[in-house]
Design a protein. Structure first.
Length: 337
């Protein structure tokens, strides 16, 4: 229907407030939109070589394979925003799987075994948070130590042997459906994404993370509980790493002592690709999720095209370099403007 009056024409035009809100949203998520576009272009490029890449089955494989990395990246994001780093997440991931499998093999049920696995994350997150906030040690040093300790314990628990999951129903944690029609691995990712994004953007305590990462000294003078905020970030990072470990052993029904060996670098890469700065003060949950998906799409594309899998690290490294350069030039242009 064509408007017949000036009043009707105005009625169908977007209001100035709606236009401002749209522009503000686009500006706030400019990096995330660019990543999404790049990911679509990458998927189409791979699909032009291997049509199977654009099938629904392959998209399902990407999301299921990427779910643990997505969840781990959301935890690492919280630490990075505060200006820290967590190198222990990969080892905590491995140790969680081994402890859960060992407890289950001892005759305990899936729930008790999962709680034992999550306790690993709570313990190491608390150790990291305590040593960084109370002892005042550098996050790199602290998490490098716990990375080594947790990695060693992952071998000690079962003498380096892989452990099958004896509970035949444990796969339901990953691929079951709490919400009909939606696999749990997607549900967990969506719920955590929305919860963390709202927490960071809309909740006062979430804004503290950005303030601490921008300047811990200034945040302290403003009355922000700097130590408590950092402590919570490290605990959350390790807990989410443990949860991602539970999802993985639920998916493959087997626990490996080296399962998380490469995930630490991938999680940090996902956060950086997603627009977060390792100096702290910036980053979004949306960006971290898109960064993790980008890495998974790259790995999937390399496998489908038939490129030697050893090139995955090089391709991921190139993606990180491009993301960092774009961020650096973008900040330079904004400063010049």
């Amino acid at each position: 229907m064509i408007p017949t009056s000036t009043e009707e024409a105005r009625a169908v035009e977007p209001s100035p407030q709606a236009t401002r809100n749209r522009d503000s949203l686009l500006s706030a998520y400019r990096t995330e939109i660019a990543i999404a576009v790049a990911m679509v272009i990458l998927a189409l490029a791979v699909g032009s070589q291997v049509p199977q890449a654009l099938s629904w089955g392959n998209f399902s494989n990407i999301t299921q394979a990427g779910a643990p990395l997505i969840i781990m990246s959301l935890g690492v994001l919280l630490v990075v925003i505060t200006g820290g780093i967590d190198l222990s997440v990969g080892s905590v991931f491995s140790l969680t799987g081994m402890v859960t499998a060992q407890v289950m093999a001892s005759g305990f049920g899936g729930i008790t075994s999962s709680l034992a696995g999550l306790a690993v994350g709570l313990l190491f997150g608390s150790i990291n948070g305590f040593l960084v906030t109370v002892a005042g040690l550098a996050p790199f040093v602290v998490t490098l130590i716990t990375f080594a300790v947790a990695g060693s314990l992952a071998f000690i628990v079962t003498n380096g042997r892989s452990m099958p999951i004896p509970d035949p129903d444990y796969w339901l944690l990953n691929a079951g459906s709490i919400v009909p029609g939606m696999p749990n691995y997607i549900l967990f990712c969506v719920v955590l994404l929305v919860a963390i994004e709202i927490f960071l953007k809309k909740v006062v305590a979430g804004r503290w993370f950005y303030a601490v990462g921008s300047s811990a000294a200034a945040a302290y003078l403003l009355g922000i509980p700097v130590k408590r905020t950092k402590f919570f970030a490290y605990v959350a990072s390790s807990l989410l790493s443990s949860f991602s470990g539970l999802l993985t052993i639920s998916y493959i029904l087997n626990a490996e002592s080296t399962a998380g060996a490469s995930l630490m670098l991938q999680a940090i890469a996902a956060v950086v690709i997603g627009g977060a700065s390792l100096l702290g003060g910036t980053g979004t949950a949306v960006g971290a999720v898109l960064g993790a998906l980008m890495i998974t799409v790259i790995q999937n594309g390399v496998n489908l095209i038939g490129i030697n899998s050893f090139w995955q690290g090089s391709v991921t490294g190139l993606a990180i370099l491009i993301a960092v350069l774009i961020d650096r030039f973008g900040k330079a242009r904004r400063s010049a403007g």
